[in-house]
Design a protein around this ligand. Structure first.
Ligand code: MLT
Length: 264
């Protein structure tokens, strides 16, 4: 892991690989870069992989309060600059990482070669969902990270994954529970306030891969199909035997789809 200072915030970033396109892997909520381990291992032979911990997660610095998707997008742009990355990157975001990706496109499109959206959404939270996030932020600050994992864990995987892959389920639960309450709460408030981006998805004019677990309960196939339809140059892949964490539940299909998209 490298630790890189951007302004007054320190970010942790895992890098792997020395040749090929820069592939920026942006994790979901409330996770850290290790959720990408199967992609880091696979793509290190073909790409320059950059897998940061977002502000408030893993071993990156925390900013208490609320952290917006726009702030996280600007953090990534600053991080790439601090790393001396001159080239455009393939931006690959999982769920919250995808929300950050839409803002990265809006604010830093000159840095984007292609987009990969994994199990993510374009709509904003409903008032009820937003109130639920605010409640989660409050509970996490009082009770610890378990107050977030108990809400998130039941919706992360396809129903069968819970029985068939208990080690994987445990690994993700531990990942959630080691995140710092202040970081989780700040991101939850940022998620609650995030913008609906559907109106400007059509401005994305770089090759885009849309990946969704067939049994994703958070970002459904139907919703992701609409995202793919809105983007001119989008390739759509539905991942079997997988829910919201398709990147972990079926890494073989996900990695192959990404490899084919990048045409390794
Ligand atoms: C994620 O995986 O990042 C979260 O499910 C996003 C969300 O709760 O909207």
């Amino acid at each position: 892991m490298k630790h890189i200072q951007v302004g007054n915030t320190k970010f942790a970033v895992k890098t792997a690989g020395e040749k090929g396109y820069p592939l920026l892997l942006v994790h979901g909520f409330p996770l850290d870069h290790t959720v990408w381990q199967r992609q880091i291992d696979f793509f290190a032979d073909h790409c320059r992989v950059i897998a940061p911990d977002l502000r408030g997660f893993g071993s990156s610095d925390i900013t208490p309060g609320s952290v917006s998707m726009e702030q996280m997008a600007d953090d990534l742009a600053g991080l790439l600059e601090a790393m001396g990355m001159q080239e455009k990157v393939i931006f690959c975001g999982l769920s919250m990482g995808g929300y950050v990706g839409w803002q990265f496109w809006k604010r830093h499109k000159h840095k984007v070669l292609a987009m990969i959206a994994c199990d993510t959404r374009a709509v904003a939270d409903s008032p009820e969902a937003s109130a639920g996030r605010r409640k989660m932020a409050e509970n996490v600050l009082k009770e610890g990270a378990g107050a977030a994992s108990s809400v998130m864990m039941p919706r992360m995987f396809a129903p069968n994954t819970y029985q068939a892959k208990p080690d994987l389920v445990r690994q993700v639960q531990q990942m959630m529970e080691r995140q710092k309450p202040e970081g989780i709460a700040a991101a939850a408030l940022g998620l609650a306030a995030r913008e609906d981006v559907r109106e400007w998805l059509h401005t994305i004019d770089v090759p885009t891969l849309i990946l969704v677990g067939e049994q994703d309960a958070i970002s459904t196939m139907d919703e992701m199909r609409h995202i793919a339809d809105a983007i001119l140059d989008a390739v759509w892949v539905a991942v079997p035997d997988a829910g919201h964490l398709a990147i972990l539940e079926n890494p073989a299909v996900v990695n192959e789809a990404i490899a084919e998209f990048i045409t390794l």
